[in-house]
Design a protein around this ligand. Structure first.
Ligand code: ZN
Length: 425
């Protein structure tokens, strides 16, 4: 048999619930009722070779087909839950400093303007990031990625966006690139130079857009430092008109697109994502129904970020139920960043998606695995367990998938396997 010819490096056996997230014959992200189909194998096993999955079945059946070699590592899951490695499709893991002082000010009732006047807000992170050495940024980011991996996240999208000049944006993306090389985790890089208008361009935002388009995007694209380009389309930040210019330029330079869309106001970000064929539109707490409709038609994935809704104590929440029932594929991410979401945990994000966005535990797992993988254009490799896909999986100190969002704030991860290798946590 063909599978016996390959040198099997690892076999995980006796998974009480082996969640494959695999729907035979199904390609693309999950919509509607498909989001609750987990492809569960009871008492499952999975065989890995060369970093990939070669077989997956019930333990007794798999062991009849696959004979372990002398050096095959057998991991007995002992009835525990096994899932695909989680995918975080939206985070900002490289920055200088932190904003704990601002957190306290906000709790004391200070508003955005008072915080900004006191030197807080995104501008303080930009200042600290510009000042930080490449090594400092690398160390901060690596620490975050290590924690994410320990929490079961094996693939991470990481954005720039705290440099806001060419030199510092490149510095962030290079730090991310090095973290991706050194960490077992897969890092997918996104350029977010249009995250905010920097102080020095406060009175001439169009000149900053010109810098992003004329210098930053060409530099980032020519050095291969990002696969995606993202922009914060929001009232008082980048207008739909400016967003259009940035997206057109990014597209011309071969970058795939993402948009921070309709987070605080309904500004037409979702509609723009559909018009430009963006891979995802993210946040969407204030999205209009027309935006949902157009995103579905254009095949744009909704990436919802409940962590930032929680931390900013926002009243408007993305209409996740409406999106799922309408057939829009939904993914979730941590939005890890020093201001609105100092959250690194995808399991916690699943809890928040259930409690705040009324998603079911099964939908939250789908949104954190296969749909999240499609939201960063990696659905062919990650997010589900099937022969040919990468051997990224998590063994949990739990028996049932519903426990992941249920044990709010716990880290139930027992073992992480990335590209077929057990990760030392
Ligand atoms: Zn974000």
């Amino acid at each position: 048999m063909k599978t016996q010819m390959q040198s099997i490096t690892t076999i995980v056996t006796n998974a009480g619930q082996l969640i494959t997230m695999h729907l035979p014959g199904h390609l693309g992200p999950r919509r509607g009722g498909e989001m609750a189909e987990l492809g569960i194998i009871k008492n499952g096993a999975i065989a890995l070779a060369g970093g990939r999955i070669v077989a997956i079945d019930q333990t007794t059946k798999l062991l009849k087909k696959i004979k372990p070699a002398k050096n095959t590592k057998i991991i007995d899951a002992n009835g525990k839950l096994v899932t695909p490695g989680l995918v975080d499709p939206h985070c900002h893991p490289v920055f200088g400093g932190n904003r704990a002082n601002e957190f306290e000010m906000r709790l004391a009732g200070k508003d955005y303007l008072e915080i900004a006047t006191a030197g807080g807000g995104i501008k303080s992170t930009v200042k600290a990031t510009r000042k930080a050495s490449p090594q400092q940024l690398y160390e901060n980011g690596k620490k975050a990625v290590d924690k994410m991996l320990a929490g079961g996240t094996t693939t991470i999208e990481g954005k720039s966006g705290y440099g806001l000049n060419t030199l510092s944006e490149v510095k962030i993306l290079k730090a991310l690139e090095q973290i991706g090389k050194d960490s077992p985790a897969t890092i997918v890089q996104t350029f977010l130079g249009a995250h905010e208008i920097p102080e020095e361009y406060a009175n001439r935002p169009d000149d900053y857009v010109a810098l992003v388009c004329g210098e930053m995007i060409p530099t980032v694209a020519s050095q291969g430092l990002a696969e995606f380009c993202d922009i914060f389309c929001e009232k008082g930040v980048f207008s739909p008109k400016q967003t259009r210019v940035v997206l057109q330029t990014a597209q011309a330079f071969g970058l795939k697109l993402k948009i921070h869309a309709d987070q605080l106001h309904s500004t037409g970000g979702a509609e723009l994502a559909a018009e430009f064929g963006a891979v995802s539109a993210d946040h969407l707490d204030c999205v209009a129904h027309e935006g949902i409709h157009l995103m579905k038609k254009a095949g744009v994935i909704a990436v919802l970020l409940p962590g930032s809704v929680l931390v900013l104590d926002l009243k408007k929440r993305a209409p996740a139920r409406q999106m799922i029932e309408y057939g829009l594929p939904v993914a979730i991410g941590t939005d890890f960043n020093p201001g609105s979401s100092p959250i690194q945990s995808m399991p916690l994000t699943m809890s928040l998606a259930c409690v705040m966005f009324k998603m079911t535990p099964a939908e939250s797992l789908c949104a954190a695995t296969i749909n999240a993988a499609y939201a960063i254009d990696r659905g062919d490799k990650y997010g589900s367990l099937a022969p040919g896909k990468m051997g990224d999986l998590v063994i949990w100190d739990a028996e049932d998938y519903r426990e992941i969002p249920y044990w709010v704030g716990h880290n139930l991860v027992s073992t992480v396997i990335k590209s077929g290798k057990q990760v030392t946590l």
